[in-house]
Design a protein around this ligand. Structure first.
Ligand SMILES: [Zn+2]
Length: 309
């Protein structure tokens, strides 16, 4: 799978997902909402590289007959969802939760990312473009008759500033990285406990269609199935961390000793090491050591982390 395998899928009339297989490291999904009056459009997230973002925006323009992108929402701070922001029109208003904006402004990865992936994703031509509009809990957009509710779960989950975009009339939820569909969930820059708690909140929207931050689109009973899988995975990480701490071993040893079972088949399984680093840090009430976490993830895989971006 590569850049050319991405496609714009119309989920229901006017609500689209930009789906980028296979959804591993730095390869995200994004969204497009066409206004009811056809005069404007909104996007949900951009992509890591200019090539991926240009493909997305060009497919969006084609689908909407060139309707101008007036508004964009970033679901969180991570670069695979935001580094393409600079390619949005200059007059596009970008919105995000206030902690997501803080994270984007301070993001050390933008200029100096740990070179742990192979091949490395490329955003060397990107210009930092943080959101111009922030909110704490909620924001509602009215796009020519289409209501789009942007909501923060109220606590740290995947990151401190996560947001979802909910189209109540269409039953479509853009969940960002609160949901990874059969791609290993990542919580190292957030909270394991908070990510687990956010699952019930996501379920509460009662969505018919859900666009995960990574992985294939979900609908109907598949949504509940996926949220259950997340819950089992997070429980597994919590139990592995607790057992490792009881045994007096670090996150790497705990990961090596754990049987991932069915989770081993999900892309980016080595995230268990990063997630355990988060779980240990939270249990011990200290900051997570990012360098140690990546060093251990490399030791776990025995080489660079596979990347398709
Ligand atoms: Zn993310």
């Amino acid at each position: 799978m590569g850049v050319a395998d991405a496609s714009l899928v119309e989920i229901v009339p006017g609500a689209y997902a930009w789906v980028q297989p296979e959804g591993g490291w730095w390869v995200n999904n994004a969204g497009l909402v066409a206004a009811g009056d056809g005069a404007q459009a909104m996007v949900v997230d951009t992509c890591v590289s200019s090539e991926r973002t240009r493909r997305f925006l060009s497919a969006a323009a084609e689908a909407t007959g060139g309707a101008p992108v007036r508004v964009a929402v970033n679901t969180h701070q991570h670069g695979d969802h935001t580094y393409g922001n600079h390619l949005l029109p200059a007059d596009t208003l970008i919105a995000a939760q206030e902690k997501a904006r803080e994270g984007m402004v301070q993001d050390p990865f933008f200029d100096d990312v740990p070179r742990v992936w192979e091949p490395m994703p490329d955003w060397s031509d990107a210009v930092r473009r943080p959101p111009g509009l922030t909110f704490r809990e909620a924001l509602t957009l009215h796009l020519g008759g289409v209501r789009a509710e942007v909501r923060h779960p109220g606590h740290t989950a995947h990151t401190p500033g996560d947001a979802v975009v909910w189209l109540p009339e269409q039953g479509v939820l853009y969940a960002g990285d609160l949901v990874f569909n059969r791609v290993t969930p990542l919580v190292f820059m957030g909270s394991l406990e908070g990510a687990r708690r956010s699952l019930e909140w996501v379920a509460g929207f009662g969505a018919d269609h859900l666009v995960p931050g990574h992985g294939a689109l979900l609908e109907g009973a598949g949504i509940e199935r996926s949220l259950d899988e997340h819950d089992r995975y997070y429980a597994f990480v919590a139990e592995t961390a607790a057992a490792g701490r009881r045994a007096g071993v670090g996150p790497l040893e705990a990961a090596r000793g754990a049987d991932l079972g069915a989770f081993a088949s999900w892309p980016d399984a080595e995230r268990i090491v990063l997630n355990l680093h988060r779980a240990y840090a939270d249990a011990e009430g200290r900051e997570m050591d990012m360098v140690a976490a990546f060093t251990d993830a490399l030791a776990y895989t025995g080489g660079p982390l596979a990347c398709d971006a």
